[in-house]
Design a protein around this ligand. Structure first.
Ligand code: C2E
Ligand code: MG
Ligand code: MG
Length: 538
C-alpha cells in the first residue's frame, strides 16, 4: 500500500481510530496504576488526560466528556488504589478527579470544534469564488480524477456578462450561474462546475454519452436564462471536448481545447462547437456550403434592409439590401462568415441573382404603396468577372419591370483594382442602362479617387473604419474632409457608413457628406418594419 493511500484511509476512519486509541490508552493506564509497584500510584492517573484531551479535540465535547467519565470510573471506583494496597479510595476523591477529567474533555472538545470550524471556513474560501460561491480553479486542481476514465469537458464564455451586470446587477448574474449549477448537478450529480473567471466557466463530468451531454448542457443554460418573469439575455458560447484522464497533470490544462472551441464558436456566432470539429475552418465552410443551396430557396436565407439618410432632408434616400442566414443548427450566421466561402464557388452567381430578385420583389411592393427609392445590392468580384452577368441581371430586371435607376450596385474598390479592364467594360454596360454604381467600403483599400475616375461611378461610400475614429482623431477628420471635397469635385455623391451616434452624424454633415448609413438612424430590418418606417415619410 502506498503512503498516500494509508493517509487517506486514516483520514477517512479517524473517529473510530481516535475512540479505539483512547479506550486502549485508558485501559493501559489502568494496568499501570493497578500493577506497577511505585511510590504513589495516583500519580499515574494523570496519564488519563492524554486520551481525554485527544478524544475531546478530535471527536468534539461529547467525545471528551465520555472519555472523562470512563477514565474517572476506571481510575475511581474500579481502582482500589491508595498508598496502602487494596484500601478503597474515599469517594469524594475519585468523584473530584472524575469531574476534573470531564472538564478537561469538555474544554478540549470545545477548542477542537472551534479549530475545525475555522479550518472548514479557510478550506471553503480557498476553493470557492467569494462573490458567486462557485468552485474555483484550486478546487478543480484538488479533484481526484479517475485514471483511464473519459471526461466530458465544456468551456463556457459569457460574452455579455458586463451588460448583464450593468443592467440587472451582479446578484442576478450570479443567481443565474448558481441556477445553472443547480440544474446541472441535479441532472448529473457527479458533475463539477468551475468558475474560471467572471465570464468563463468550466464543466467537468465523467462521460457517459457525449452528444446527449452537450444537448443537456445547452438546454440547461437556455432554461436558466428564462428564470422568473425577467428573461435574461445571456450571450454564451460553449466549446466541448472529450478527454481521457491519464496521469497526474494540471487539470486546468485539460480545458485548453474546449476553450479554443468556445472562442471559435464565439467568432462564428454559434452556440457551441466541439473541438475536433474545427481543426481547420474548412470543415465549417464545407458544412455551410453543403446547406447553402437548400437554404437559398427554403426561406432561411433572406434579405434585410438598412436605410440611407439624406442629410439635407433628414429623410431616407435609399435602401441597402443585406443578406442574412438563419441557419437551422448554427444560429444566425453573418454575411462575412459565409460570403467568403460562397465566393470561392459558382454558387456566388446564383446568390447574387437571388438577392437581386428579392430586392426587386420588395421594390415592387414599395412601388405599390407609392414609395420609390433606389435599393442597392452588394456585388461580388466574381460576379463582375462573369461574362454573362450583365445579361442575366437584365433578364431578371425585365421579369419585375423595374426601372434601372432604382437599382444601385455596390462594389468594393478591390474589384476594380484587380481587373480594371474587365470591370470597366461590365460597369459601362450597367451604367448605360441607367443603373447607379456605388463604391463600397471606400478607404479600406489603397485605390485613389483619381484612379476610380475612369469608371462610371455615382456614389462613394466611405468605410466605417473612418467613422469610428473621426471624433477622436484630427488626422482622420482631415483625410475624410479632403476625400469628401475631392469626390464632390469629381461629381460623386458621398455617403458615410457606420454612424452610431449623433455627434458623429453632426460632424459628418458639417464636413459636407450628403448622406449616411448607420445604426444611429436604423439597424438593418426585415421588409415589414422597413415598409412601416418608409410609409411615415411618404
Ligand atoms: P457592407 O456592404 O459594407 O454593409 C454594411 C455593413 O455594415 C452591414 O453588415 C451593416 O449591418 C453594417 N452596419 C451598418 N451600420 C452600421 C453601424 O452603424 N455600425 C456597425 N458596426 N456596422 C454597421 P452586414 O450586413 O453584416 O454585412 C457585411 C458585409 O457583407 C457587407 O458590408 C457586404 O460587403 C457583405 N454583404 C452583405 N450582403 C451581401 C450580399 O447580398 N451579397 C454580397 N456579395 N455581399 C453582401
Ligand atoms: Mg454594401
Ligand atoms: Mg460598406
Amino acid at each position: 500500500m502506498d503512503r498516500k493511500k494509508v493517509l487517506h484511509w486514516i483520514k477517512a476512519n479517524y473517529r473510530i481510530l481516535t475512540a479505539v486509541f483512547s479506550v486502549v490508552f485508558i485501559i493501559s493506564t489502568y494496568m499501570i496504576m493497578r500493577f506497577a509497584v511505585t511510590h504513589d500510584r495516583t500519580a499515574w492517573s494523570h496519564l488519563m488526560y492524554i486520551p481525554i484531551i485527544t478524544a475531546g479535540s478530535l471527536l468534539g465535547p461529547w467525545g471528551g466528556i465520555v472519555m472523562g467519565i470512563m477514565a474517572g470510573i476506571v481510575a475511581g471506583p474500579l481502582m482500589p488504589i491508595s498508598n496502602d494496597p487494596w484500601v478503597p479510595q474515599f469517594w469524594g476523591d475519585w468523584v473530584f478527579r472524575m469531574l476534573m477529567m470531564i472538564f478537561a474533555g469538555l474544554i478540549s472538545g470545545g477548542f477542537g470544534v472551534l479549530y475545525q470550524r475555522s479550518r472548514n471556513q479557510i478550506d471553503d474560501l480557498s476553493i470557492k469564488n467569494m462573490d458567486s460561491g462557485l468552485l474555483n480553479i484550486s478546487a478543480l486542481e484538488k479533484m481526484a480524477l479517475e485514471k483511464g476514465k473519459i471526461y466530458t469537458l465544456a468551456s463556457v464564455i459569457i460574452a455579455n456578462y458586463d451588460s448583464i451586470c450593468e443592467v440587472s446587477g451582479y446578484h442576478v448574474y450570479y443567481a443565474y450561474l448558481k441556477d445553472v449549477e443547480k440544474r446541472l448537478k441535479s441532472r448529473y450529480p457527479d458533475l463539477a462546475m468551475i468558475q474560471a473567471s467572471h465570464h468563463h466557466l468550466w464543466i467537468l463530468k465523467p462521460s457517459s454519452d457525449f452528444l446527449v451531454e452537450i444537448q443537456v448542457f445547452l438546454d440547461i443554460f437556455h432554461q436558466a436564462s428564462q428564470m422568473d418573469e425577467q428573461h435574461l439575455f445571456v450571450d454564451y458560447s460553449m466549446g466541448f471536448f472529450l478527454r481521457k484522464h491519464v496521469q497526474e497533470t494540471k487539470i486546468a490544462n485539460y480545458f485548453i481545447q474546449p476553450d479554443m472551441a468556445a472562442k471559435e464558436a464565439r467568432n462564428k456566432n454559434l452556440t457551441h462547437m466541439i473541438y475536433s470539429d474545427f481543426d481547420t475552418n474548412r470543415q465549417f465552410e464545407y458544412e455551410l456550403l453543403a446547406d447553402f443551396q437548400t437554404s437559398l430557396y427554403d426561406g432561411s436565407i433572406y434579405l434585410v434592409y438598412q436605410p440611407k439618410i439624406d442629410f439635407k432632408t433628414k429623410k431616407p434616400s435609399g435602401l441597402e439590401a443585406l443578406i442574412r442566414w438563419d441557419h437551422p443548427t448554427k444560429k444566425l450566421i453573418r454575411p462575412d462568415q459565409f460570403i467568403g466561402a460562397v465566393e470561392k464557388t459558382n454558387m456566388i452567381h446564383e446568390m447574387t441573382q437571388q438577392v437581386f430578385r428579392w430586392s426587386l420583389a420588395f421594390q415592387k411592393k414599395l412601388n405599390e404603396k407609392g414609395v420609390f427609392l433606389p435599393i442597392s445590392i452588394n456585388v461580388s468580384t466574381r460576379n463582375l468577372y462573369d461574362e454573362a452577368f450583365f445579361s442575366k441581371m437584365m433578364a431578371i430586371l425585365k421579369e419585375y419591370d423595374i426601372k434601372p435607376k432604382y437599382v444601385e450596385l455596390e462594389l468594393t474598390e478591390t474589384v476594380l483594382m484587380d481587373n480594371p479592364e474587365m470591370s470597366k467594360k461590365a460597369l459601362e454596360l450597367f451604367a448605360n442602362e441607367g443603373f447607379r454604381i456605388a463604391i463600397d467600403d471606400f478607404g479600406k483599400g489603397y485605390s485613389s479617387l483619381a484612379y476610380l475616375a475612369q469608371f462610371p461611378i455615382n456614389i462613394i461610400k466611405i468605410d466605417r473604419i473612418f467613422t469610428r475614429q473621426i471624433l477622436i482623431n484630427p488626422t482622420t477628420q482631415h483625410i475624410v474632409k479632403a476625400t469628401i471635397d475631392l469626390a464632390k469635385q469629381l461629381g460623386y455623391e458621398v455617403l458615410i457608413e457606420g454612424i452610431e451616434d449623433k455627434e458623429t452624424s453632426d460632424l459628418l454633415e458639417r464636413l459636407g457628406c450628403q448622406s449616411a448609413q448607420g445604426y444611429y438612424y436604423m439597424r438593418p430590418k426585415k421588409e415589414d418594419e422597413i415598409l412601416t418606417y418608409l410609409l411615415q415619410y411618404k
